[in-house]
Design a protein around this ligand. Sequence first.
Ligand code: ATP
Ligand code: MG
Length: 369
Amino acid sequence: MHIESIKLINYRNYDKLDIKLNKKLNIFIGDNAQGKTNLLESIYICAFSKSYRAAKEKELIKIDKDKAYIGINVKRDFTDKFIEIKFEKNKTKRVRINRVEIDKISDLFGHLNVVLFSPEDLKLVKEGPSNRRIFLDTEISQIRPKYRYNINRYSKILKQRNNLLKSIQRNNKLKTIEVWDMQLAEVGSEIIKNRIEFIDRISEISKNIHYNITEGIEELELEYMPSFNIDCELSKNEIKDIFIEVLNRNLAKDIEKGTTEFGPHRDDIKININGLDAKIFGSQGQQRTAALSMKLAEVELVKSEIGEYPVLLLDDVLSELDIKRRKFLLSTFKDVQTIITSTEDIDVLDIHKKDKKVFYVSKGNIVNI
Ligand code: ATP
Ligand code: MG
């Protein structure tokens, strides 16, 4: 799939923008604080319904304005999608697909698939497990819509269980916690099963990508680290039984602490480079390349699941790679619509001779040269 056009009105630092993209490579060049990331963010929102960096939706509306609009035309193999989002201060956003307003935000998912790599993705390797859980949840949701529903349900059930644990603590009497345990294990086991399958597939693909980017010098290995011991071959029901057993075994401790110690909300992924934990031993460059390989693996995974490549968004990535790695990156994904931002004029002439469009971004204005 590819994005044909983007229209923005009063979005972030844009007054009015109307641009047509190239089917393959698009490069947005501009100084700091001109609107490059804002543009990528607007595309991301049309895919995932929310921003990855705005704490509040009203931040997306241009200062001193009341409304903002994003309109994106997506060309797909069989059907085209015109996605429109309207933001209004103190109101919930409204989403239209092919001019029909949708009732549930979840109906937006799946019309536009994107994979974003931004400088913040270094956190994926470098920082705490919650960053890797966000990665799992975002990327699995793209290919398994039910997964997102399960994640939301799981966190609601978990909250209820934790509330009950605290009330048992206060009242000093054991209430029926089994109901919550059953529900938590039912939904949790499905999440765990999805994560096992996902990591199994993504580890193979990212290993190959990483091997190529580093010209065979580095071997990347991803390993699922569930919060309690489970054999990856187990069925969903077997995982569920183990989960219930773990919850039972740990109940006294959970009551004491007023929180649930085990479950997918405590999962992690171990990232090894040449056998060493990249979080502890990896250099900055190795950590960045590992994060990039993991994100790029999602591009292949989306293709194999839905039959079309997603749109690849690369925010400020090329400047951090040497010439060989830039070439590798752009030549590997030559069939994928790629939208790149950069603060410097990057030379990619010899890679995409004709099939590219270069834009210059300045103070919320974009010109194509
Ligand atoms: P860099 O190269 O530093 O990453 P960039 O081109 O990616 O820069 P953006 O993150 O897109 O820059 O932000 C550009 C500008 O948008 C910033 O100066 C920011 O203050 C401004 N901005 C963000 N939100 C709003 C808003 N709601 N209204 C007006 N301006 C905004
Ligand atoms: Mg930026």
